[in-house]
Write a protein that binds this ligand. Structure first.
Ligand code: GTP
Length: 384
């Protein structure tokens, strides 16, 4: 048997009758179920609008009655709507199509009886008229905007004013007055050039690290067989970095000169940690390139695919245009002036061509370094 119904010849009236008969299709008909007296007393008895809106009733009176003694509601209604009760003009409701069809079937007498006169409202003024358009070409629209002007008593509040009013104790945050110029200085260079040692020693000489801390690092480092790294431990703080004697991530520290605050970003020199170095370089304002002057070491780091060139090119591409070069480990070349000149010429020729400002400065053994005091006073006069 086909499960499809022949809907072409279906009688819709019969179908609707059947639908009424099956009112309790889902179990029962709610209309037929008698309501218990206890339930009925909780039902809201809505007052009939037609009984209250008798001929000539003003909307303001209706609101006042509906409030039934509630002065607050009455006042609120009066604030929102402004009525002109002397007006003779009335507003007739818009009739829908179905209403028009129903009206055509009624006699004129019936129409007269059924006519409900709505309250006379000449002007319905809404405060805070927001929908005015200055560029409107319609005269009617322009006229309505002038009559709908907000009364002088209603203050016009912007969203910001209202937010500020909601937070009465709001005070704009003032910036601290003691602001030194802050410089992010990234320390770059080939692995084992002596970056962490140089910075650790600098911080110690400036009094940012206590003597007893350095003594402890000295003891612990020598116990681990890394005695020469005790200054580097001031910045290399993780267990793995100390055990391997290699900086793996950017280490941060800062010191202050009379006019500036210098934020040190000690970058890892090993090529495996180039991404970490780039992260630090992206925040840097200036760079300190540390080169190892030891014979063979400088050449490896500078010419033979080391990180000296790579780091300096990376920081330059990230917007760092000023760089100081510290020629380190001069003790290993017995303070040779020739070697120092050779290295500094190589560096200056390799960078000045690119328009960089490069300052090459000598750097001695950490134990005898003499640049620290002068660094504090913004002077790069060093002795070697
Ligand atoms: N002889 C001598 N050795 C130095 C000098 N500066 C640092 N060193 C030694 O060089 C080694 C490496 O020093 P680090 O400070 O760890 O070098 P680094 O550049 O920070 O190393 P990474 O961060 O791992 O790239 C350590 O054994 C230091 O003691 C120096 O001026 N002279």
């Amino acid at each position: 048997m086909s499960r499809h119904r022949n809907i072409r010849n279906i009688d819709l009236d019969d179908e609707l009758d059947d639908y009424d008969d099956d009112a309790d299709y889902c179990g029962r008909s709610y209309e037929e179920e008698p309501m218990s007296p206890s339930t009925a007393k909780f039902l809201y008895q809505r007052p009939r609008l037609s009984s209250q809106l008798v001929h000539g009733t003003k909307l303001s009176e209706f609101i006042a009655e509906e409030a039934s003694g509630s002065d607050e509601l009455h006042n609120e209604a009066q604030e929102i709507f402004h009525f002109d009760e002397d007006s003779s003009t009335s507003v007739t409701p818009k009739t829908t199509k179905s209403h028009k069809v129903a009206d055509q079937t009624k006699t004129p007498a019936q129409k007269q009886n059924l006519k409900v006169q709505l309250p006379s409202i000449q002007q319905l003024k809404i405060s805070e008229q927001k929908h005015t358009r200055s560029g409107s070409k319609s005269p009617a629209r322009g006229a309505s905007t002038t009559t709908a002007a907000a009364p002088a008593t209603v203050p016009k509040l912007s969203a910001l004013d209202m937010a500020l009013a909601a937070t009465p104790n709001y005070k704009p945050r003032s910036r601290p007055t003691n602001t030194k110029e802050s410089i992010n200085l990234i320390i770059i260079g080939h692995v084992d050039a002596g970056k962490s040692t140089l910075m650790g020693h600098l911080l110690f000489q400036m009094g940012y690290v206590e003597q007893k801390v350095v003594n402890k690092y000295k003891q612990d480092a020598s116990r681990c067989g890394k005695s020469s790294f005790f200054y580097a431990w001031i910045l290399d703080e993780t267990e793995e970095e100390r055990a391997r004697g290699v900086t793996m991530d950017i280490a941060r520290a800062s010191f202050e000169t009379p006019n500036r605050k210098i934020n040190i970003l000690d970058a890892p020199g090993h090529k495996d940690f180039i991404p970490n170095m780039i992260t630090g370089a992206s925040k840097a304002d200036a760079a300190l390139l540390v080169v190892n002057s030891t014979r063979g070491e400088f050449e490896t780091a500078f010419d033979q695919g080391g990180q000296t060139r790579e780091h300096s090119l990376l920081v330059r591409s990230l917007g760092v245009s000023q760089m100081v070069v510290a020629v380190n480990k001069l003790d290993t070349i017995d303070w040779s002036k020739e070697r120092y000149d050779e290295i500094s010429a190589k560096i200056e020729n390799g960078h000045v061509e690119a328009g960089e400002k490069v300052y090459v400065m000598p750097k001695a053994d950490p134990a005898v370094i003499k640049c620290n005091y002068n660094l504090v006073h913004d002077s790069f006069v060093c002795f070697f």
